[in-house]
Write a protein that binds this ligand. Sequence first.
Ligand code: GTP
Ligand code: MG
Length: 399
Amino acid sequence: METVILAVVIAVVVLGAIGGLVVGSRRKRPLPPPPPTAPDITAPPAEPHVGDEAEAPSDESRRTIEEVGLPGGPAPVVVEEPSAEAPAIEVPEPTAGRLVRLRSRLSRSQNALGQGLLTLLSREHLDEDTWEEVEDTLLTADVGVQPTQELVESLRERVKVLGTRTPQELRALLREELLKLVGTDVDRAVRTEPEGRTPGIVMVVGVNGTGKTTTTGKLARVLVADGRTVVLGAADTFRAAAADQLQTWGERVGAHTVRGPEAGDPASVAFDAVKEGKEMGVDVVLIDTAGRLHTKTGLMDELGKVKRVVEKHAPVDEVLLVLDATTGQNGLVQARVFAEVVDISGIVLTKLDGTAKGGIVVAVQRELGVPVKLVGLGEGADDLAPFEPEAFVDALIGE
Ligand SMILES: Nc1nc2c(ncn2[C@@H]2O[C@H](COP(=O)(O)OP(=O)(O)OP(=O)(O)O)[C@@H](O)[C@H]2O)c(=O)[nH]1
Ligand SMILES: [Mg+2]
């Protein structure tokens, strides 16, 4: 009798292990689709086979070995294990109000630009020297020569009219003038919803290390947070690690990444990404490209080709130039060349958290006549914010 019970226990343990009843070691990751198995035409169709349960739908509740009752034993208690089956896909933070949430990251620019200007303007006597200091402050923050002159001229005029100045009045004045420079009547939406077709196509370009891949990944999260579906195209084929980096971002939000062979043709990867995006019926295809120096003609030509090849499918809806805000005026030179080659439609200013030169927002828009659409304010996955002039200026001049 004892041997019979022992045999039953062993049988249950073995079958349980084979059948996938033990879930403790299972990682919280979405499962890849099971490999196709050849149908066994000799067996009657309704008969279950050993191992069949291993392919049970992943949403079926599973039992641990402790919960399996032996014949005649107490009724099994089925414990719900929602966490064991939940996919590891992250839920990105909502995009609304991100700039407000991240405003403290602009503290360097705030101290250097906003507070600097407010302090100068609160002086009792606004003499020539003070105005020169105002000018220097703006120039140091990379606002650019022309915008600086405009702002100083306008401020001088308005301060004169104001007569006595309270801190509140000064703050309001400066806010208005800075907003005028940054521009409040521009459409800053990233264009991902072309009329009458899907997917929307976005290309991300820029020199080495500005934050293109990071931005592409963060943007995928933004889109997913807004309920859109995304395919990523790893058109940086210089290094396998570049495609891995992008794919990791994609996996975190359940977005598929299309990649090609290392050192392969980036244009064909970009083409395939849009093709797969179409076939999968996703909303947006985001194409990450390799960093390239604007001075290397061959590489710039290659970038132009990537865009032209993608446009065999449909026009590219958005070409985002990623600029590292800490490189200051040098970014403007890059911007000009990229704009010539691929017709930039929006700017992403990254690393604004690490610089006192927030004024570059003004300068770069002037230079290109293209709006800043997104700003990077940190290395965290949700540290990319839609650019909102009011929130930005408020952050610069503080409460
Ligand atoms: N502090 C800060 N770091 C950032 C930001 N955006 C990107 N980075 C960092 O910048 C570094 C380069 O980012 P990548 O996205 O790999 O840059 P890339 O342009 O794709 O680089 P290449 O493909 O080599 O040209 C990484 O360490 C990022 O974490 C940002 O907004 N703030
Ligand atoms: Mg990259």
